[in-house]
Design a protein around this ligand. Structure first.
Ligand code: ADP
Ligand code: MG
Length: 283
């Protein structure tokens, strides 16, 4: 196939957003394993504008993490170009990429990757150390980020003293602390139960709505993708579909219909009582 550049059709609503912050032009990624070569991405072209909330979907092995690594400047395309905020970063050195990454991008992963012997506050402060921020300013920014995820009152807690959902919120705060223009999240709800997942989506939607934060989120769960505004479907290293989310879910509303952890516990206890009573009756 010719190296012709085709930009995936831009959904109208997305175009109504801000300027393009991400632009991939015919991106290929080949992993060279000596004997064999794995073509993880085979000609991906796409544009994401400021303020968008995009869900990246597709089966395992379709290239989702590879594209996220490129978007996150953790890896470079084998061929093709990547413009981040209008700047071609595809040919940059690792040092240059690291600087851009620290300034413009925030990351959230499935594994929370928090340092266990360190408080929530110190975990959140960590990326500011590399950004050369003064100690007082670090603490101020970290507290601000923790406040944004609703965990200001847990700043002194260690990860083991926090629930899974709270740990992921700390990880989100860490991703926000250098005030990135784009947040990249790879399966952030992969280790969380349904309600906690929606709580995380509530935080992401709030950041997107109120701060205009651009979000690119990988998920294999269709229910989670419904909280985004647009979905990109990958298959065999290619972008197969680019569509707006119809029936977009509002996490804040969905939460009202889901039982809280306490209600769930009470329900479980009630079921257990009934089961024991039934056992007694049949004994
Ligand atoms: N570091 C690597 N070395 C070799 N092959 C890789 C590497 N990372 C990913 N791949 C291969 O590239 C393809 C796409 O992988 P990936 O982007 O991780 O998919 P997804 O995240 O959608 O599951 C797969 O065939 C995978 O085995
Ligand atoms: Mg993956």
């Amino acid at each position: 196939m010719a190296d012709q550049i085709t930009i995936a059709s831009e959904p109208k609503e997305a175009a109504a957003g801000g300027k393009p912050v991400i632009r991939l032009e015919n991106v290929f990624k080949t992993y060279d394993l000596g004997e064999i070569q794995v073509q993880a991405l085979r000609g991906v072209s796409v544009e994401v504008r400021a303020g968008e909330f995009v869900a990246v979907m597709g089966p395992s092995g379709s290239g989702k993490s590879t594209v996220m690594n490129i978007l996150g400047c953790l890896d470079r395309p084998t061929k093709g170009r990547y413009f981040l905020d209008g700047v071609d970063v595809s040919g940059m050195t690792k040092t240059e990429l690291a600087r851009i990454r620290n300034r413009k991008l925030g990351f959230v992963f499935q594994q929370f990757n928090l340092l266990s012997r360190t408080s929530a506050l110190e975990n959140v402060e960590l990326p500011t150390v590399y950004a050369g921020v003064s100690p007082e300013e670090r603490t101020r920014r970290a507290m601000e980020a923790l406040t944004r995820v609703g965990l200001a009152d847990r700043a002194g807690h260690h990860p083991s003293q926090l629930s899974g959902g709270q740990q992921q919120r700390v990880a989100i705060a860490r991703g926000l602390v250098n005030r990135p223009s784009i947040l990249l999240a790879d399966e952030p709800t992969g280790n969380l139960d349904s309600r906690t997942s929606v709580e995380i989506m509530d935080i992401l939607q709030t950041l997107n709505n109120e701060q205009g934060l651009t979000i690119v989120l990988v998920t294999h769960e269709p229910d989670i993708a419904l909280f985004a505004k647009r979905t990109l479907l990958f298959r065999d290293g290619k972008l197969k579909r680019d569509s707006l989310v119809e029936d977009r879910q509002v996490a804040h509303e969905v939460l009202k219909s889901l039982p809280t952890a306490e209600q769930q516990a009470a329900e479980d206890a009630e079921e257990e009582t009934q089961r024991l009573a039934k056992d007694d009756a049949t004994a």
